[in-house]
Design a protein around this ligand. Structure first.
Ligand code: FES
Length: 140
């Protein structure tokens, strides 16, 4: 409890329109976390569409954020960046899985006790099966 890790700054997320980092959950599984602008701050969601495990943020492409909504690259459903809720298309009536982050003095901290920070960017394993190596011990 109380652990947190500085991930990035609010400005960086707003400038890029979204960013991603990788965490490891309590079961040892790696998960990508999408940060998107929400009003003056940011929100964090698991980087996976609720319809079919499609990444919302893709390496080399980024996330498509339009009118405060994240657009799924596969079938085009749009999720509100602040609530994670989708009211349209294939993913209608679902909500993205949230990850706890806190903003303080313009910095974004991972504060979710169920996961620990691994690294910036997407998981190096394309399918997210085994994830990257476990040389990181960055939680404090
Ligand atoms: S995979 Fe995202 S809407 Fe179908």
């Amino acid at each position: 409890m109380g652990s947190r890790y500085r991930v990035t700054s609010v400005d960086a997320v707003h400038e890029e329109g979204g960013s991603v980092f990788t965490v490891r959950d309590e079961h040892g599984d790696d998960e990508e976390v999408l940060l998107v602008p929400c009003e003056d701050g940011v929100e964090a969601w698991v980087n996976r569409c609720t319809h079919e495990a499609q990444r919302l943020y893709r390496e080399g492409v980024g996330a498509v954020v339009r009118n405060d909504e994240v657009v799924c690259p596969k079938h085009g459903s749009m999720f509100d960046t602040c609530s994670g809720y989708c009211d349209n298309g294939e993913a209608a009536d679902t909500t993205l899985v949230d990850v706890d982050v806190t903003v303080e003095d313009g910095q974004v901290y991972l504060t979710d006790d169920d996961v620990r920070y691994l690294h910036d960017g997407t998981s190096s394993d394309d399918d997210g099966d085994d994830g990257p190596d476990s040389t990181s011990h960055l939680q404090f």
